[in-house]
Design a protein around this ligand. Sequence first.
Ligand SMILES: Nc1nc2c(c(=O)[nH]1)N[C@H]1C(S)=C(S)[C@@H](COP(=O)(O)OP(=O)(O)OC[C@H]3O[C@@H](n4cnc5c(=O)[nH]c(N)nc54)[C@H](O)[C@@H]3O)O[C@H]1N2
Ligand SMILES: Nc1nc2c(c(=O)[nH]1)N[C@H]1C(S)=C(S)[C@@H](COP(=O)(O)OP(=O)(O)OC[C@H]3O[C@@H](n4cnc5c(=O)[nH]c(N)nc54)[C@H](O)[C@@H]3O)O[C@H]1N2
Ligand SMILES: [Mo]
Length: 780
Amino acid sequence: MSKKNASSTPFFTPYKSPAGGWGALQSTTKHWLKSENAVRNIHTLLKTNQPHGFDCPGCAWGEKHDPAKIRFCENGAKAVNWEATSKRVDAAFFAKHSVAWLNTQSDYFLEYQGRLTEPMRYNRETDHYEPISWEQAYTQIADTLKKQANPDSVAFYTSGRASNEAAFLYQLFARAYGTNNFPDCSNMCHEASGYALTSSIGIGKGTVEIEDFERADAVFVFGQNPGTNHPRMLETLREVVQRGAQLLSFNTLKERGLERFQNPQKPIEMLTNGSKPTNTGYYCPNIGGDMAVVRGMVKVLIEMEEKAQQQGNKPIFDHDFIKQHTQGLDDYLEQVKNTHWTDILKQSGLLKEDIIHAAQVYAKAESVIITWAMGITQHHHSVATIHEMVNLLSLRGNIGKPGAGACPVRGHSNVQGDRTMGINERPSQAFLDAMEKHFNFTPPQEHGLAVVDTIRAMRDGKVGVFIALGGNFAAATPDTQATEHALQQCELTVQISTKLNRSHLIAGNDAIILPCLGRTDIDHQTKGQQKVTVEDSFSMVHASGGVLDPLSPEQKSEPAIIAGMATATLGSFPINWEEAVSDYDIIRDHIAEVVPGFKDFNQRIKQDGGFYLGNSARERSWKTPAGKAILHSHPLPESVLAKRANDLASDKTLVLQTLRSHDQYNTTIYGMDDRYRGIKGERKVVFINPADIQRLGFTEGQSVTLRSLWDDGVDRKISGFKLVPYSIPAGNIAAYYPETNPLVPLDSHGEFSNTPTSKSIAIELEAYQEESNNIALTSA
Ligand SMILES: Nc1nc2c(c(=O)[nH]1)N[C@H]1C(S)=C(S)[C@@H](COP(=O)(O)OP(=O)(O)OC[C@H]3O[C@@H](n4cnc5c(=O)[nH]c(N)nc54)[C@H](O)[C@@H]3O)O[C@H]1N2
Ligand SMILES: Nc1nc2c(c(=O)[nH]1)N[C@H]1C(S)=C(S)[C@@H](COP(=O)(O)OP(=O)(O)OC[C@H]3O[C@@H](n4cnc5c(=O)[nH]c(N)nc54)[C@H](O)[C@@H]3O)O[C@H]1N2
Ligand SMILES: [Mo]
């Protein structure tokens, strides 16, 4: 960094060390101490992901079964530390602070206040939350639910931490009440993966198991930042590289974890300060340019195939697989041939030789895995992009053979399980029929509302009651102003939560907070201590039991809270709810009867490491209408921006992706640093190519306003963000979520997936004059 840079962006120093290693250990210790509960936390951490401990609430990456290993990472440790805090947000806290005052505080401040410990109800007159008994809370909720003329005026939101048992009970409650309105975090996350995979290979989940990474000849990682969001994946990636396989990473940014990793579990490596690479090739496409990359690769493969045919060499394509297992090849190849290199190169932003190299690596490998996360799923054309990746895999039979397959890397630790349990606004008929058969009532047959449609329905007065099983709807969703307004129009909002967050402060006319136990807490019910189960990204289901005494006897488990609301609303229809939560084995017995793959559930979770749910596509059984894997052919989009933004775009327009810092868990902010990207004590930053800073007439470190382009006349802007010169392709910028959500228009969502386009927002920058009291760089 030159002197000039250092003074204009004092919070930015590029990070030179590998990911993991001493930096991670130092940070883990810091967060340990800061959570004010060091001893309790060490005990807890050692139980993370152990056979008799709890499932890490951090991410959904799976584990190989190996009891001898300590199994948590720096960011899992943060998640655990902050959940296991002994600080409390209780009646005294709410008596002291009005909602208006709390709303002026940062997300970091709110998270830091501690665990919610007693049920509270909002008093609009005093603008304070006040204590309420559990019975009063249940009665209030039930009264409101019972007086709705139409059950579809209620929405039941779920965040992906909910256990299988909680999720199953929750969907049963909502469906028995009469609605399929299940907006969930998945709608903002891997919805495109679920949709694209179901419509191509007949199952909406990844087809690989963790062991496949040991056999893959090549792994392609698209649009994800495992160094921060799935740190346990780094070990897998570096093992791939170490045994000589190919690992190509595609990311708009140079993410440290995708470059080098120092394994904190390897003492010699730590002592010698060594590290190992986590890729054999790294490409930085434009935001939204991945479909073009894959299309280019397939174009190269077609040429290679034609050449092989002419020369009588071994074909590139797996013709047996294509013939026996797929449909749509000819149309797809036609579509690829009609896509011009100029468009591919322009949209991808890569050099032709890079794409050729990637295609050659792909063609040489006998088994290939493709992994991806939010860099792929949060665009207008995400479903098309994932179809394209499935096509690429299919051309060489890379689905359903060892060391190969599709691997969407999930976010929340049980987001995949929640879907399996029926948290789905578009349930399959088979699922509804199984519910009907087992519980003897007819669940609502019409599809319900996902996240974006729920916000629209609240805005339009069609949904007036909002119940959230975890999460932070107000901050996680797009178009913050519109969403907050929609929530505030509700008659009642109910938040079942562990920690204070923005959604408690953006209250409906009536608002209730129900404090619940987290993964780390011991869950006592009338028939003894309970375990729950979760499903990871590899479809492994295993048990999770808390290890800490709850902070307060007034905190209840999620299943118990659902049972309480359901009993007050429905009595003992269609089951005796209180009995079901006395012993979660009873819930699991219901699950075993309704959800495919869960036969003998209670027996099978006793085995260490859990059990595998199976995956039809992995067996090359295709549950599509045609009985084959479908190769979809989409044209390359004209622009990565939605048309309504693109029509307004000029040469000043930049494409913004919103991402996570190293010190956050979605809307939960643990700290103000982003170590691997070299940011300290600041979140209001824009990562931008130095050439763009110059071209647009700004200077490094300058404070700007970001304004988003959309054709509805609403002025969406955020101000006071500082320009950080960064290695990112020109024309692209990046900034942190959730601060940037006011910029995402509600109507800007993915085709087929309806996922907000959080990774491709059209932006223009303007100089912003700081007010004098705004200049402080650190807000921590
Ligand atoms: N510590 C921690 N762990 C987490 C979470 C957390 O917030 N904190 N969140 C959890 C959840 S819910 C989820 S969904 C996952 C999220 O995991 P990620 O998907 O890794 O999360 P993001 O921070 O959104 O990172 C997106 C990555 O994709 C890149 N990218 C963005 N757009 C593009 C593009 O168009 N093309 C390409 N090739 N790359 C692109 C960005 O540079 C960035 O590296 O992590 C889970 N785990
Ligand atoms: N702009 C932009 N927006 C995005 C994204 C993005 O990349 N960019 N990412 C999207 C993605 S991938 C996701 S998954 C969503 C996340 O959306 P959400 O899942 O709604 O948000 P979280 O921040 O994970 O929710 C945090 C809150 O959950 C509660 N909580 C934590 N643990 C528990 C528990 O065990 N039980 C209960 N009941 N509550 C608990 C706490 O009160 C905490 O404050 O955000 C989406 N929004
Ligand atoms: Mo997510």
